[in-house]
Design a protein around this ligand. Structure first.
Ligand code: MG
Length: 161
């Protein structure tokens, strides 16, 4: 058995007026934001779910229940930092993270590098170990009509302890 572990994460949040849009820890000026208990950073949530899966920590709903007032409006980067700490405790190091945001608008390209830097910093890894990309879904479905955003992430962990 190798010391490598792969994980996949997926998340969805609804878009609504009167909320901030935070993606990968970057606040993006936009007419709508994502609805959720925390800052609803769908990209960071997908990354956390992938990491939790790879390390067999369950999922983020189990780690950070949305019924807990401690997590209300919290920065998801703080939660990611905690996931990183738990991984380290289990003897895992992050090899790489690859995440993709599914959103019709706004344009994400100007923010991708900062998102990757934020995710890497929260995990205590180099920026080059984290890749963030984005796609529209050609106007199709709930991401295409602007009612929500989704994100997928895959991660590779290595058991080092
Ligand atoms: Mg979520």
């Amino acid at each position: 058995m190798t010391g490598l572990r792969i994980g996949h994460g997926y998340d969805v949040h609804r878009l609504t007026e009167g909320r901030r849009l935070v993606l990968g820890g970057v606040e993006i000026p936009w007419e709508k934001g994502l609805l959720g208990h925390s800052d609803a950073d769908v990209l960071t949530h997908a990354v956390m779910d992938a990491l939790s899966g790879a390390a067999r920590l369950g999922d983020i709903g189990k780690l950070f229940p949305d019924t807990d007032p401690a997590y209300q409006d919290i920065s998801s980067l703080k939660l990611l930092r905690e996931v990183g700490r738990l991984l380290g405790k289990k003897g895992f190091a992050v090899v790489n993270v690859d995440a993709v945001l599914l959103a019709q608008a706004p344009k994400i390209a100007p923010y991708k590098a900062r998102m990757a830097e934020n995710l890497a910093a929260a995990l205590g890894v180099e920026a080059e170990q984290v890749n963030v990309k984005a796609t529209t879904e050609e106007g199709l479905g709930f991401t295409g009509d602007g009612s929500g955003m989704a994100a997928h992430a895959v991660v590779l962990l290595e058991k080092i302890l």
